[in-house]
Design a protein around this ligand. Structure first.
Ligand code: GLN
Length: 322
């Protein structure tokens, strides 16, 4: 992988966004919205949004970039950042860092590994990360910490948390409850299952637009338009490690396919959003509610594939000479 900053050709970024947006709206195969959470199953799959924040601070948007959507599992990146900031490497006593090859909510591997989740992005891992935060914070404080983190990166711009979606997620969370019970059985959950679950579904229910999500993602860019995106060395090192986990596990059992096609570290959510980072170059948010069989946005992935090809932004190096 190259860590070389690449020159950003803003007119080319604008052309690519315009063309991709047009193409995505014209697609007839759009995938299906998740059935897992009632209100999300009704979201119109004709929507598509994209926003790119460059390291120079330019923001290029297309389509429904200002429509807020449910960030769902993208929030796992934010709670992981908070837990790593608090506990450092000790966090990994409780969670692995390897791809699972299983769906996001699979329970099979958790028994095999005696309650030790494969990585922090499958549900089992995200729940254990939140449990670690709840060793120090109440469930409400944990959610507030995630909200404060997002608000800081948005310079205080308003966004919401959809309580109806959180409640629908919570009541339908039989598998998440089972994951927590199994991990607790093996001594890897310290807090009450109901508290961990409540914090989890509420942070998942945060709603952001693509324009906002791209701005929040700048803490992972390594270089960027302000000092929150050019963090001190320890924060930058943490960002680099989170990017490695996003590359290997950010799309669950679809991570290998995604790396092959897109070549960027990214995290998806079943609301249809994807946050992708071109290291040292850009923070990219895409959203389209229709999902593929791994629960990742079908058109979001296709749009990112077109984008990295057009702009030559793969983490695995450039193919064009300039
Ligand atoms: N809250 C959702 C769940 O646990 C998040 C899943 C996702 O976005 N992949 O089912």
């Amino acid at each position: 992988m190259t860590a070389q900053p690449q020159p950003i050709d803003l007119p080319a970024v604008k052309d690519a966004v315009e063309e991709i947006t047009k193409e995505m709206f014209a697609c007839s195969d759009r995938g299906e919205a998740t059935k897992r959470i009632g209100p999300l199953s009704e979201v119109d799959t004709r929507q598509f949004g994209i926003a790119i924040l460059t390291r120079e601070g330019d923001l290029v948007c297309g389509g429904d970039a200002d429509t807020p959507f449910s960030i769902q599992s993208i929030s796992k990146v934010f709670s992981l950042e908070l837990a790593l900031e608090r506990y450092g490497e000790k966090l990994w006593d409780r969670c692995g860092r390897d791809p699972s090859g299983d769906p996001f909510n699979s329970i099979i591997d958790l028994e095999r590994h005696k309650g030790h989740p494969r990585n922090p992005f499958v549900n089992a891992g995200a729940l254990v990360v939140i449990d670690a935060l709840l060793d120090a914070l109440s469930a409400d404080e944990e959610v507030q910490a995630v909200i404060d983190f997002v608000a800081r990166l948005l310079d205080g711009e308003a966004f919401s948390l959809n309580e109806e979606i959180a409640e629908a997620d919570r009541t339908g969370s039989h598998l998440n409850r089972a994951l927590l019970s199994l991990a607790k059985h093996f001594g890897n959950v310290n807090n009450a299952i109901a508290d961990v679950l409540r914090a989890y579904v509420r942070q998942c229910a945060i709603e952001l637009s693509c324009r906002q999500l791209a701005r929040v993602g700048r803490f992972l860019m390594l270089e960027g338009p302000d000092d929150r995106a050019c963090p001190r060395e320890d924060a930058a090192r943490r960002a680099r490690r989170i990017l490695a986990l996003m590359m290997t596990s950010g799309q669950y059992d679809g991570a290998g396919e995604f790396a092959y096609r897109v070549g960027l570290p990214a995290k998806s959510g079943i609301g249809g959003g994807i946050l992708a980072i071109a290291p040292n170059t850009a923070s990219i948010a895409v959203w389209s509610p229709g999902l593929d069989e791994s629960g990742n946005s079908l058109l979001g992935t296709r749009a990112l594939e077109m984008l990295t090809d057009r702009l030559d932004w793969s983490s695995f190096g450039r193919v064009r000479t300039r």
